[in-house]
Design a protein. Structure first.
Length: 309
């Protein structure tokens, strides 16, 4: 049997340029057809989503973004339960970029003897550095962000029994890393026709860490039936913990944030005081993709979907 996860890691490790994304989508659509689906490409602006299933009838939308990010080589620790630490780090990065821009603007305007040039240059360099963070050089390793989500989504798709497939829609979103443009385009196109009670399950960075964390949105936390089905079907394995998080602060913006009823699924490490964290995403050390996470989550979610639709 071909190992789909390994194929993505070796054949499509970076999915950032138009060409890289096209090649990946071609392969992806081939896989989906082999699994018995009819994938459709939906393009809006620069984003192309791959959509499988009946959007109007779907009770569940399960997604993962397939694009990969830019990187300036800076670490990007994520601490969803600790906003202070997160803001402190982001603030330090912003100040660091300001300092570099300041020196660069000075280095250009001073030798030219044109002090009037300093402020416009400072602004240009500073804004330019943020643009580079979003659209700059490609990060070369993207095992967790988000090859892990794509591999898990494909495994859910493959495992889902035929009779359940009519009520689930699967979307591989583009341009999460450019400000969630792909999921915004999907919302604009399909928003009015989606069911009011649709639940969006979003897989983002599920491959690195032994804590598999499911975070239902406020509107889902009151749905006892849904939570029971989640608890019953998405279960832990050896050395792995499943945490269905129903309270406390958790900041992790992803493609599901515009869906009222959603469940974010992500994997983390955990330490006292900091709580959940990941350190490797958006760096060249993003090389960890734990197959056990893919297996547990895809098995659990496929069981959950089959029992719930
Ligand atoms: Zn991601």
């Amino acid at each position: 049997m071909t190992d789909i996860t390994q194929t993505i890691l070796t054949e499509f490790p970076v999915r950032k340029t138009t060409k890289q994304k096209e090649a990946f989508r071609l392969w992806l659509c081939h896989q989906l057809k082999q699994m018995g689906y009819k994938p459709a490409l939906e393009s809006r602006g620069s984003s192309t989503n791959v959509v499988c299933g009946d959007v109007q009838r779907a009770r569940y939308l399960v997604s993962a973004h397939y694009d990969t990010c830019a990187s300036l080589g800076l670490p990007d620790p994520v601490t969803p339960c600790d906003p202070l630490l997160y803001l402190l780090y982001q603030g330090t990065v912003a100040l660091g970029l300001l300092a570099v821009s300041f020196l660069a603007a000075l280095a250009v305007s001073f030798p030219l003897g044109m002090p009037g040039l300093f402020l416009p240059l400072l602004l240009l360099f500073y804004l330019g550095s943020f643009w580079l963070l979003l659209a700059g050089p490609a990060n070369r390793q993207n095992a967790n962000n988000n090859t892990s989500g794509v591999a898990t989504l494909l495994a859910v798709i493959d495992r889902l029994p035929r009779e359940a497939r009519k009520r689930v829609c699967f979307v591989f979103f583009d341009d999460r890393e450019k400000g969630m443009l792909g999921s915004a385009a999907f919302r604009r196109q399909h928003g009015p026709e989606l069911r009011q009670d649709l639940v969006h399950i979003c897989l983002d960075c599920v491959g690195d860490g032994d804590y598999l964390v499911l975070v239902p949105s406020k509107q889902c936390r009151w749905d006892g039936e849904l939570l029971d089905a989640l608890r019953e079907n998405v279960t832990a394995g050896e050395g792995k913990t499943v945490d269905i998080r129903l309270g406390g602060y958790f900041l992790y913006p992803s493609d599901c944030r515009r869906s009222k009823r959603h469940i974010l699924v992500s994997a983390f490490h955990r330490k006292p005081f900091v709580g959940y964290y990941t350190l490797r995403t958006r760096t060249r050390w993003d090389t960890v993709l734990d197959r056990e996470n893919v297996r547990l989550l895809s098995q659990g979610l496929a069981r959950f979907l089959a029992a719930s639709v």
